[in-house]
Write a protein that binds this ligand. Structure first.
Ligand SMILES: [Ca+2]
Length: 399
């Protein structure tokens, strides 16, 4: 069953050639008045002599969206990230890092790296990717992957080093302590505005680990890029010193996004058969899994700011959008849905999250990770198994 759409209407753009408009929407706020007309009319009434025309400040509007694949023929691309020079790096679950010249349509593939010892099955394999904030100088990037190492199946955070378009394994950030499984591996990596590396880690199908503060599974982790523990990480119940764990009680978090301006950490995780969640992460907080799903009626845990209620939609990745082209939608959170095969917008005020539009509904199949590109467009990976794509969603302001 589909969620009710709070507002806005959905236009499908069935079989048209890309780029095609995907959606328009009723504005959330009353329609803005046209600035130039109003301003000049007022000016002409009150000012008898001509005065310099003030440059009009555009009034933000609901954006017009256009979507089109920019890369095709991929196999389970999981995540992507843009280098400061505009190159687009894409992970494929099997263990590949693909480098494209840019995010432009059909941009040339200029590099390919295979991470060794990846075991890819179901929700495991090579997943998250993030660039070091100082990448232009040090060439470092970070991935999270399920690998066989020292005789164990582990999720690991690894540092890679790019020299031009050649990538080499540089070392481990987190080598041990994260069990891997065919499902519930989390494994999104993102840099926060605090310069720390944040990692989502699933319970690896052993749900009790999410409440075990001695285990790194079922957690959100926050570490320095060399794997050391930031001194301001929390001291969790049952421990005597800070650990890599920022928050716990998570089932399978596959989305992580930092709110522009505030730095608040929004996390998206899969529920079991109800209550997919969006959480705002507080230091040291317990988000309840597996003791509570969704809001806890007993008040023992930190409640999600949004849930899917009695159904699951399989919300995976998440990203905030910003920029003038997004107009009234700047500052919104977008999530990609696997099961419900769509892209959703949430209006966000502070930490209040309100479901808004459903976009790209059933158009590209399962959607995995949305990432804001350097051009302000949203790039989304599909996760269908064969013939997968990177879809670019461009927002423009209507005249
Ligand atoms: Ca929860």
């Amino acid at each position: 069953m589909r969620l009710a759409i709070a507002l806005g209407l959905l236009l499908t753009s069935a079989c048209t050639s890309p780029p095609a408009a995907v959606a328009t929407s009723v504005p959330a706020a009353p329609a803005p008045t046209a600035p130039a007309t109003t301003a000049s009319a007022t000016a002409s009434r009150t000012t008898p002599t001509p005065s310099p025309t003030p440059s009009p400040t555009p009034v933000p509007k609901v954006p017009v969206l256009a979507d089109a694949p920019v890369q095709t023929g991929l196999r389970l691309p999981w995540d992507l990230a843009f280098a400061p020079d505009g190159r687009m790096f894409v992970t494929e679950r099997a263990g590949n890092v693909l480098i494209f010249e840019s995010g432009a349509p059909n941009a040339r593939r200029i590099g390919h790296y295979s991470l060794p010892n990846v075991r890819a099955q179901g929700e495991s394999g090579l997943m998250g990717i993030a660039f070091d904030p100082d990448f232009a100088r040090n060439g470092f990037l970070y991935v999270c992957a399920s690998r066989v190492d020292e005789g164990e199946f582990r999720n690991q955070v690894l540092r890679l080093r790019a020299t031009g378009n050649d990538i080499a394994l540089d070392g481990f950030v987190i080598r041990a302590g994260m069990r891997a499984a065919a499902a519930h591996d989390g494994c999104i990596v993102r840099f926060g505005p605090d310069g720390k590396l944040w990692v989502t880690m699933g319970d690896s199908t052993v749900s009790r680990l999410a409440q075990d503060t001695a285990s790194l599974n079922g957690k959100i982790l926050r570490v320095n890029t060399d794997g050391s523990i930031p001194a301001d990480d929390p001291v969790l119940p049952g421990r005597s010193a800070p650990s890599a764990i920022w928050s716990y009680g998570h089932r399978n978090p596959q989305g992580l996004a930092f709110q522009p301006g505030t730095g608040a950490v929004f996390e998206v995780e899969h529920g079991e058969d109800t209550h997919d969640e969006i959480n705002v992460l507080e230091k040291g907080a317990n988000y309840g899994w597996p003791l509570a799903q969704g809001p806890d009626p007993q008040g023992r845990f930190t409640d999600p700011v949004w849930t899917s209620g009695g159904v699951t939609i399989a919300n995976s990745g998440a990203a905030f959008v910003t920029g003038a082209m997004w107009g009234l939608w700047s500052g919104s959170l977008f999530t990609a849905q696997l099961k419900d095969t769509d892209l959703r917008r949430y209006a966000v005020e502070g930490t209040k999250v309100t479901a808004a539009e459903i976009l790209l509904d059933r158009k590209y199949g399962r959607l995995r990770s949305p990432v804001l590109g350097p051009d302000g467009a949203l790039y989304v990976t599909t996760s269908n198994g064969t013939g997968d794509r990177i879809v670019r969603v461009v927002a423009t302001q209507p005249p």
